[in-house]
Ligand binder design. Structure first.
Ligand code: FES
Length: 157
C-alpha cells in the first residue's frame, strides 16, 4: 500500500490526467481536487502548473482569484455571516469585524486548532431577522456580538 503522501500525489496526478484534455482544464481540475480533499493541497498547484505548462505563479493567481478554492481544510464548523444589503443595514459590517476579532481570522480563515472557519455569504433568506448568520447550515437571526461570541464558544473556537 502507498504511504498517504504518495497516495495523495498519485491521486492528484490521476485527477489532472482525467481533466487535462478539456478545454480550459484549470478550473475543473481545481474543483475535482477540492471535491476529493475538501481543499487544494499545497502539492497540487505545482503539479497542475507543470501539467498545463503554466508558471506556478499563474496557477496560484487563478486559484486565489476564486474564493471558492481553499488551500487548507475547512474547520469542524463553518460560520457564515451575511454580507448582503438588509443585514448590512442592520449592523452586519460591525458584526463581521467583531467576528474576525473574536476568532482572530479573516474571511475564509480557520481558527488555530481547526474548530471554526469564517465565510461571508450573500443573503441567507432571513433578511427580516437581520443580521443573520449560518452555523453548519443552520440559520440564526438577530445576531449581535454577544450571541456571536456564544456561538463561537459553543463551536469550540
Ligand atoms: S440580507 Fe442577510 S439574510 Fe438576506
Amino acid at each position: 500500500m502507498l504511504a498517504p503522501q504518495a497516495a495523495q500525489h498519485s491521486r492528484i496526478a490521476e485527477i489532472i490526467a482525467e481533466h487535462s484534455a478539456l478545454e480550459g482544464p484549470m478550473l475543473p481540475i481545481l474543483h475535482a481536487v477540492q471535491a476529493e480533499y475538501g481543499h487544494v493541497p499545497a502539492e497540487a498547484l505545482p503539479m497542475i502548473a507543470d501539467a498545463l505548462n503554466i508558471s506556478r505563479a499563474e496557477a496560484q493567481g487563478v486559484m486565489s482569484f476564486y474564493h471558492d478554492f481553499r488551500d487548507h481544510p475547512l474547520g469542524r464548523h463553518v460560520l457564515k455571516i451575511c454580507r448582503a444589503e438588509a443585514c448590512q443595514a442592520r449592523g452586519a459590517g460591525a458584526l463581521a469585524e467583531a467576528a474576525k476579532a473574536r476568532l482572530g481570522v479573516d474571511w475564509h480563515g480557520t481558527t488555530p486548532g481547526g474548530a471554526l472557519t469564517l465565510e461571508p455569504v450573500f443573503c441567507l433568506g432571513l433578511c427580516a431577522c437581520a443580521p443573520a448568520v449560518m452555523l453548519d447550515g443552520q440559520v440564526i437571526g438577530r445576531v449581535d456580538a454577544a450571541r456571536l461570541d456564544q456561538i463561537a464558544t459553543e463551536a469550540g473556537a
